[in-house]
Design a protein. Structure first.
Length: 719
């Protein structure tokens, strides 16, 4: 017989129908697959192939030699005879439909149970192996899933769907390199398999290869131009490659195809915030409250700067955790409580940001100050291997540094368990480099969220969150799934050994006026909204010769902010943008400003700490959620509650008062400089002792077989 691809499609269809009538299902399947490689959307070939795959397990196999897992092709063909297309559904077909229904309901355990029984009767039914693998993937039992897919491939080495599904299991487990190899194997078998190209794009993006990801997404779209998911993935790749405008266009295309695509809507809004395209954000303002609450899962972090609503932030986190981490807690057996308390509590800090990063600039000294008589400190790094001065300090400041980049979630959890980690402290949460899947596997009996993710993770595998009474007052506990650890003064640790650059740069060298008043906000531009920007422009118009000093996040946001200022009647030369620089230079630079103006929905965090350390007062408006209360917590810890406001009107009033009363402002700056010696915010040693007290109390409850509860840490003073 001639090769199917040398025939016309109509001729190939006739050959396939003839093969079915002759009982040669395997030949028919190969012909239909060959047609679909040429025309992936061919309706007859798709429908006929699906029907054959469903029917291939309708007759039980004869008793084969149990020592032989697979029989030869002639046996396989004889045992799996298709029924005529117009016949009523067989018992096997009804069972298959039931399995599909169970899968759509998320009943993965039941699928594994039923397919295990069915495969004893139909050991060579590849679709049974495939759906069993998919169910195991849903349960995060990735090794079992891969074994199921591999059994399908042993039956049909050209079963490209199984190769792609192996890639899915590997990617979800964190093994991106192997996942990419599996997707490429699927594509080699069937170059027109759009789903594999799309999956490959996601894996490449997660592996830090946006250019290659763009190519894969575009190939997927060429094959299937009406796939919203492919446009969404292309948008993410374009964004990571530094092209937000093209990314927004791609997200818009995804929404044209699927208007209720919540993730695409969020990603579009995120990019518009990134470039300060406020008009487009306002056009979608009415949709924001329901995003991730009733319209499908979204990434929780990106919603924090779009609105100030603790209840909805919690719901988004809960849905995200349920979707992304379902079943992972059951992968490893529960950790048995030891019979004796350990002499040293082993604390594991987990992060993808062990390099120059705001969180690390805060925590680096505390790691060195932990009392080694009571604690052993481990760091688990799953982020990029950026070799800089900060990483060198971090490695030196812990007892054991574990580079687990590239390891699966389960393997990292197993490593932590093998090291005897008692308390796992997650420093990332749902941020860009976070690996929440590791924490879902329970690397430690006690698990804590701290510093990196500014809100509740809504996950049953996180026991505690470290905060304070300003950050999470009693009435807001309902918006956190974790138990709250209340630190005595402030949730945020500081490094009181940080030093500004000794090079004194003149204001004019930074583009600032020599004598004019300098308002400042070094928060990332995406945190800025029209609410605070309106106030800032009014302040500039009232204070002659003043300027607004902003961080230069990207050229698009700079251009849009200038347009917004111009639309409000301000000369755009009064907006000054600061380039990125070395940390010590940045600390020295902060001292050149007169007053820091905070953003509302998402306050300054580590930047607020740096500003106060540099003697720069901050005016903030306290909101409801964690991110809208961070600066308030810091200001209380340096005894400057008068700079905390509760309304936009008071925010503007306080800022204007300080800008027009130089002696009052000078007094505040002097107070800040003096506070570096005694303010709780800047007492790193005291904070280290306080957080150690928290760790000891957490472990005492665990050892006594008590459930986690809110902890109120008493002050620890250093003599």
């Amino acid at each position: 017989m001639s090769e199917p691809q040398k025939l016309t499609i109509d001729q190939s269809l006739l050959r396939a129908e003839k093969a079915v009538k002759q009982g040669n299902a395997v030949v028919a399947v190969k012909i239909y697959k060959a047609i679909l490689r040429q025309q992936p959307s061919h309706p007859i070939a798709k429908e006929s192939l699906l029907k054959l795959q469903k029917e291939l397990f309708q007759h039980p196999s004869t008793q084969a030699d149990k020592s032989t897992p697979l029989r030869d092709k002639s046996q396989k063909t004889q045992d799996f005879q298709p029924v005529p297309a117009n016949s009523a559904k067989t018992s096997a077909q009804r069972k298959w439909d039931a399995l599909v229904a169970l899968y759509n309901q998320g009943q993965f355990h039941e699928i594994v149970t039923q397919t295990t029984a069915l495969l004893k009767q139909f050991p060579q039914a590849i679709i049974l192996h495939n759906i069993q693998g998919a169910a195991n993937t849903g349960l995060h039992l990735f090794e079992a899933a891969i074994e199921s897919y591999q059994r399908a491939i042993l039956i049909d080495p050209e079963y490209f769907e199984a190769h792609s599904n192996i890639g899915n299991a590997l990617r979800q487990s964190g093994n991106l390199i192997a996942a990419i190899e599996s997707y490429n194997r699927a594509i080699k078998i069937n170059p027109n398999f759009a789903e594999a190209h799309d999956n490959l794009s996601q894996a490449l993006l997660e592996n830090g290869e946006p250019l290659e990801a763009i190519k894969s997404s575009k190939r997927s779209i060429e094959i299937n131009p009406n796939c919203a998911e492919a446009y969404n993935n292309l948008g993410n790749a374009l964004q990571q490659n530094g092209d937000p405008i093209a990314a927004i266009e791609s997200f818009n295309r995804a929404l044209e195809i699927q208007p209720d695509f919540a993730l695409a809507r969020l990603y579009k809004l995120r990019q518009q915030a990134f470039i300060c395209d406020w008009g487009e954000i306002e056009a979608d303002r009415s949709l924001i409250p329901e995003l991730g609450v009733s319209t499908g899962m979204v990434t929780p972090f990106s919603m924090l700067y779009l609105e100030d609503n603790s209840a909805r932030h919690l719901k988004r986190s809960e849905l995200f955790a349920q979707t992304k981490c379902k079943g992972k807690e059951r992968i490893l057996a529960p950790i048995a409580c030891p019979l004796e308390q350990p002499k040293l509590l082993k604390i594991g800090y987990f992060s993808g940001d062990f390099h120059s990063h705001p969180v690390m600039s805060l925590i680096v000294k505390m790691l060195a100050l932990h009392n080694r008589s009571d604690f052993e400190i481990h760091a688990f790094s799953f982020g990029p291997k950026i070799q800089d001065t900060m990483r060198e300090k971090l490695v030196n400041n812990v007892d054991s540094f574990h580079d687990v980049h590239g390891l699966e979630d389960q393997k990292v959890a197993e490593l932590a368990r093998s090291k005897g980690i008692d308390i796992a402290v997650d420093l990332g949460g749902y941020t860009h480099n976070g690996r929440w899947g590791i924490l879902a596997c329970r690397p430690a009996p006690i698990q804590v969220s701290y510093l990196g993710y500014p809100g509740s993770m809504g996950a049953g595998f996180i026991d505690y969150i470290i905060a304070d009474s300003t950050l999470i007052p009693e009435e807001n506990r309902q918006f956190f799934s974790e138990k709250i650890v209340y630190m005595p003064h402030c949730y945020q640790v500081s490094d009181n050994s940080r030093m500004p650059s000794l090079v004194n740069v003149k204001r004019t060298a930074l583009g600032l006026p020599e004598t004019g008043f300098v308002f400042c906000c070094f928060n990332t531009n995406y945190k800025i909204t029209p609410q605070e920007f309106d106030i800032w422009i009014r302040l500039l118009n009232k204070i002659e010769g003043s300027v607004l000093w902003l961080a230069r996040s990207n050229r698009w946001s700079e251009s849009n902010l200038k347009k917004e200022a111009q639309a409000r009647g301000l000369d755009t030369t009064r907006l000054v943008f600061a380039d990125r620089c070395e940390y010590s230079e940045y600390l020295e630079r902060l001292a050149k400003a007169d007053l820091f103006l905070d953003t509302f929905n998402f306050n300054a965090g580590a930047i607020a700490n740096d500003a106060l350390w540099s003697g720069l007062p901050i005016v903030t408006k306290q909101g409801q959620s964690y991110t809208a209360r961070m600066a308030s917590s810091l200001l209380k810890a340096v005894d400057l509650p008068e700079l905390i406001t509760s309304t936009k009107e008071d925010y503007e009033k306080v800022a204007l008062d300080l800008a027009t009363r130089p002696q009052k402002l000078k007094s505040l700056k002097t107070k800040l400089i003096t506070s570096k010696k005694n303010a709780p915010l800047f007492d790193t040693e005291r904070f280290a002792r306080n957080i150690e007290t928290a760790y000891l109390q957490m472990y005492a409850k665990y050892f006594a077989d008590e459930k986690p509860e809110h902890l109120f840490i008493k002050e620890h003073k250093i003599d």
